[in-house]
Design a binder for this molecule. Structure first.
Ligand SMILES: Nc1nc(=O)c2c([nH]1)NC[C@@H]1CN(c3ccc(C(=O)N[C@@H](CCC(=O)O)C(=O)O)cc3)C=[N+]21
Length: 293
């Protein structure tokens, strides 16, 4: 088994991103600028946003955090997004999900100008991605493709099984793996909560991408020898041992599955770190006007 090492790849790509950001600063006199909007207090979201902000600073981007209490109205939040859309000094906008129940995430996602939608969640970006046109690619799937590319993982002609059909991971990931791109050109199967016998499909996977949100969902008996495993799971359990007060688990039983896999991502230290890279690359592309205009 060889590790798909998110720490190694993300540090390397951050170096490249920092060089590009420095060029933009010389050419335009300004840094790429990401604005993150965070609503409410949710331990997970707060740490992830903090990590995004910290990494922006590391690569020479400007970052701004806009915070609201979870009592903020949908109207006020939408008005803020419109204001950020109109601000010429802002290249990228993300509104951290999940949002409180009284706010419709679809409305917020569609309000973000698709030219600043560095999460790649806007229908315009999803549609353009599916048609292989320039677009912002959702950060986690984008990060996974960068990781596969970095390690030279062959994908053309392979059977890729995606477990999970969420808007932010499973669904866009399946599109990317089926596209005529590198990585891509896979035969893709999507499994989800209504798939009767998931094992039947996972056993045939050459590449297995798991984003279902259940600890130890994939066990060694469900995969074949030589499989490439990408674990998108982020399952938190409180822990008294770690200094953060929690421990992170993926969706894959790493101990067992790594015995059979040719390549596998660890959690933490895998896909999560690559998600940040996807976001930084999209923000850079926006500042560079690589995707739109
Ligand atoms: N609009 C929006 N965009 C997102 O991109 C978005 C979101 N909402 N909501 C929540 C998810 C989750 N997410 C992660 C980001 C970084 C790590 C990350 O850095 N993980 C590290 C450290 C994890 C830790 O120790 O807690 C790792 O896996 O090694 C994980 C998960 C972005 N998300």
């Amino acid at each position: 088994m060889q590790l798909l090492d998110g720490k190694y790849v993300s540090e390397k790509l951050k170096g490249e991103i920092a060089e590009e950001a420095a060029k933009i600063l010389v050419r335009t006199g300004r840094k790429p600028h990401l604005v993150a909007v965070l609503v409410g207090h949710n331990g997970g979201s707060e740490t992830y946003v903090a990590s995004k902000m910290k990494n922006c600073e590391k690569v020479g981007f400007k970052s701004t955090l806009v915070r609201y209490e979870d009592t903020v109205s949908e109207e006020e939040l939408l008005a803020k997004v419109s204001e950020l859309n109109a601000d010429a000094d802002i290249d990228g906008i993300i509104v951290q999900l999940p949002l409180p129940k009284h706010i419709d995430p679809e409305k917020v996602t569609e309000r973000i100008d698709h030219r600043k939608d560095v999460d790649g969640f806007h229908p315009v970006n999803l549609g353009r991605m599916q048609r292989n046109l320039p677009s912002f690619i959702p950060a986690t799937p984008y990060g996974i493709t960068l990781m596969l590319k970095e390690y030279g993982i062959e994908t053309a002609g392979k059977h890729c099984v995606v477990v999970g059909r969420s808007n932010i991971v499973g669904s866009p990931m399946s599109i990317l793996m089926a596209r005529n791109t590198t990585p891509g050109n896979c035969t893709v199967t999507i499994c989800h909560s209504r798939t009767p016998d998931i094992k039947k499909f996972t056993l045939d996977a050459d590449i297995l991408i798991v984003a279902i949100g259940k600890k130890n969902f994939i066990t060694a008996d469900m995969v074949k020898d030589g499989v490439v495993v990408v674990d998108v799971g982020m399952n938190r359990e409180t822990s008294t041992v770690t200094k953060s007060g929690y421990k992170l688990f993926g969706d894959v039983d790493f101990e067992g599955v790594s015995q059979k896999a040719s390549w596998i991502t660890p959690v933490p230290g895998g896909v999560g770190l690559m998600t940040i890279i996807g976001l930084l690359k999209n923000t850079l592309a926006s500042a560079n006007k690589d995707v739109y205009q």
